[in-house]
Design a protein around this ligand. Structure first.
Ligand code: LLP
Length: 419
């Protein structure tokens, strides 16, 4: 659910009016609610309290170190996919021993770094990765814990771009290859198989695919037991969807109850990797209308945030609610809400019935996950600041980029003179 509420005709996040945030920090900007993030994390933790469990927040959803710090203080673990994410977690005060490392393309230096930092476990996604891990661990004289990420060929019924557990997907290991691979790991001197994992996609709004995944993982767990391999954990991935519009995903408690019923008899630690369900509804993107543009065919509200700031609508045709920060009595019209970027895909919402005036502020709701973390500098636009609201306080947790930041890493090559 949204973390926004109207008080009178003004939109608030916790006890902070969005208008005040715009006055203080300018627009566009991302704003997050501390209490919403913490409440979601606690709901997961309590909902799984009937079985041994560890929540490893998926850092890619929102990787600001202030957000990671909030979660580290709650004793969260972290699911990471790059060296950058490891170092973010550590900079935020997270415990490396609670990090699981996912991803199909782990580079040598990333593996070495993760071994040096003594992370909890690597989720292996292919046989060549297994061989690379083995070679590096042996060279570094390290014993490392690994899990096999299984591709169970289960359709999560979500957008094709965020479907990850079908046969045609690059992720995970075919379920029929798991036993030989597990045996190979057992024979290796430097790797220890401690778990199996699966993650079949994101923004999943049905319970059935999750239940199928758990069945598949438990089958594999038993097959491994039969050949003498006892695991320490089962990682059921992330993927629980949230309500952006008219979706009805299972609530965190319902999801946890159904999965726990299956897992409880096995008395094994369960790892969960939620990202979106923790931060998605806990953040918004605040933007100002620069121009109202009325053509014979359409009305456009051209705002100061674009696809470089929030890519989801352009990339996945994602629908996110757009709310006026101040309610007033102008005429309601149907608008496309578009950004300033030179691409026709640069829209934040289409066909929205809104009463707008030029200069109004708009809140693009449910932007806490995969919002800032997928932003870019396309069109040489400075990325927006991020602000964390805690009660009646609003703190800057990332400053707005400057024009200088944009080309600070660039170098004009020393060229031979032109002819
Ligand atoms: N674990 C693994 C291995 C993942 O790849 C992901 C997300 C998660 C956990 C967390 O999934 P979540 O609970 O957030 O659904 N950019 C897309 C979503 C991409 C998700 C990638 N993997 C979007 O904006 O919808």
């Amino acid at each position: 659910m949204s973390c926004l509420q109207y008080r009178g005709n003004q939109l608030y996040i916790e006890d902070v009016s969005l208008k005040n945030v715009a006055d203080e920090f300018g627009t566009p900007c991302y704003i997050y609610s501390r209490s919403a993030i913490e409440a979601n994390w606690h709901t997961f933790d309590e909902a799984f309290s009937g079985i041994p469990h560890r929540i490893c927040y998926a850092v890619k959803a929102n990787s600001n170190i202030a957000i990671l710090h909030l979660l580290a203080r709650l004793n969260s673990g972290f699911d990471i996919v790059s060296m950058g994410e490891i170092d973010r977690v550590i900079a935020a005060g997270g415990d490396p021993k609670k990090i699981v490392f996912s991803g199909v393309g782990k580079k040598r230096d990333e593996i070495e770094h993760a071994i040096e930092k003594k992370i909890y476990c690597f989720n292996i996604e292919s046989e060549p990765e297994l061989e690379r891990l083995q070679e590096i661990a042996a060279r570094m004289n390290a014993a490392i814990d690994v899990a096999i990420r299984i591709n169970p060929n289960i359709n999560p019924h979500t957008h094709s771009h965020i479907t990850t557990g079908l046969n045609e997907s690059k992720f995970g290991i075919d379920i029929t290859d798991v036993i030989p691979l597990a045996q190979k790991i057992s024979r290796s001197g430097s790797l220890r198989l401690v778990g199996i994992a699966s993650h079949i996609g994101s923004q999943i709004v049905q319970l059935a695919p999750f239940l199928e995944v758990v069945d598949r993982l438990l089958d594999t767990y038993q097959q491994l037991l039969k050949i003498g391999i006892t695991l320490r954990h089962i990682n059921i991935g992330g993927g629980l969807g949230i309500t952006y519009h008219d979706e009805h995903p299972p609530g965190i408690r319902e999801y946890a109850r159904a999965l726990q019923d299956k897992l409880r008899p096995y008395n094994i630690e369960v790892i969960i990797e939620p990202g979106r369900a923790i931060v998605g509804n806990a953040g918004i993107l605040l933007s100002r209308i620069e121009y109202l543009k009325h053509t014979q065919h359409k009305n456009f509200a051209i705002i100061d945030a674009g696809m470089n700031d929030l890519l989801r609508p352009a990339l996945y045709d994602a629908w996110q609610n757009i709310l006026p920060v101040e309610l007033h009595n102008s005429e309601v019209k149907q608008y496309d809400i578009a950004g300033p970027v030179c691409e026709s895909a640069d829209f934040l919402g289409k066909n929205r019935d809104l009463a707008l005036q030029s200069g109004d502020l708009l809140a693009i709701d449910s932007s806490g996950a995969y919002g800032f973390s997928m932003s870019s500098n396309y069109n040489s636009r400075c990325r927006p600041p991020e602000i964390l609201v805690d009660g009646s306080n609003a703190s800057l947790i990332r400053r707005r980029e400057t024009i200088k930041d944009l080309f600070a890493a660039e170098i004009i090559a020393d060229l031979a003179p032109c002819d």
